[in-house]
Design a binder for this molecule. Sequence first.
Ligand SMILES: [Zn+2]
Length: 373
Amino acid sequence: MRVAIQGCGHGNLNSIYAALAKLQNDRPVDLLLICGDFQAVRHEADLETLACPPKYRHLGDFPEYYSGRRKAPVLTLFIGGNHEASSHLWDLYHGGWVAPNMYFLGFSGCVRFGGLRISGISGLYDPRHIKMGYYERMPYTGDMIRSIYHTREVEYRKLELLQGKTDVFMSHEWPHKIYEHGNLNELLRCKPHFRNDIQSRGIGAPPLAKLLKVLQPIRWYAAHMHVEFKATVQHDQNVTEFLALDKCLPGRRHMQIVDIPAAGPMQLEYDEEWLSIVRAMDPFLSLNRTAPAIPDKVDLTDHVDFVRRLKESRSLKISERNSKPSDTPGKRTTLLQTSEFCRMLQIQDRWGLPFNLKLTNNPDEICSHENNQ
Ligand SMILES: [Zn+2]
């Protein structure tokens, strides 16, 4: 399978697809991965949820794809970074289509495509918010525009539970000290201002370094630092090839195409193990300021059984039927995907609120949600 990897997106979808067309020559790629800062800004209102300096606050190319005027020429899978239409992505917390052929992996997620298992995590590490719940509500006030993309503990912990092999892992930022496994001198030559951070606390997210050790994925793709960087991490048995790429600007090394041996249907599918993890970890997903403590061991048995039965009754293909904006435009299409996902796993749909208020059994959540509407 041919997979194209792009660093940050920053709303420049037209340039990214143009670069892809040029780079792929006459051997079309099967999949494009974008490692965050995707900026799925649908309209002006979404700009209010995008954390960035005013000069970068623009609609970008996404509205053309959202409205159906343009269509992604290849299946595009992305994670979130620190410059996002955050409330849009929040409505697709568990993952979903933002436009035809464009799929958001979720705040954390794992899917299968063409025989590959692709996992990823959105956002940035920030110790101030890691232990909190997702308390942010629209309109974002104070620090919410930034805290919404700070990765919570539950996302790291969900991914740590994955047992099977991960072919590809995507994160926006780098695992902590990943540069120790690559050409640090070359990195400092391109980005001399990294030196101070590297000498003091080290660049990258410590929970990602832990994930790297636990999952030992074959490939790990990242962005955020706006520079190309390669590293090879030797584990006891396996090796992880790490690649970070730049953002899409002329002359920058922002995209790379790799051939990955894989055999399977070129169809996006839910990952069975991941679904059981989402189900098992759902009680630890909080929409309050506080979040329940996650025990060291989480028992998946019942949830594995549930997903096995689910698989007998339906296919795990990720249906594209909700991906056409023309069918049911706006927030409804988005929330419908989340609600269908929750119904499939029989977990609480926290996004259908206040429509589903009666289904909520936690009175605190009802109150906090209503107060912040
Ligand atoms: Zn970026």
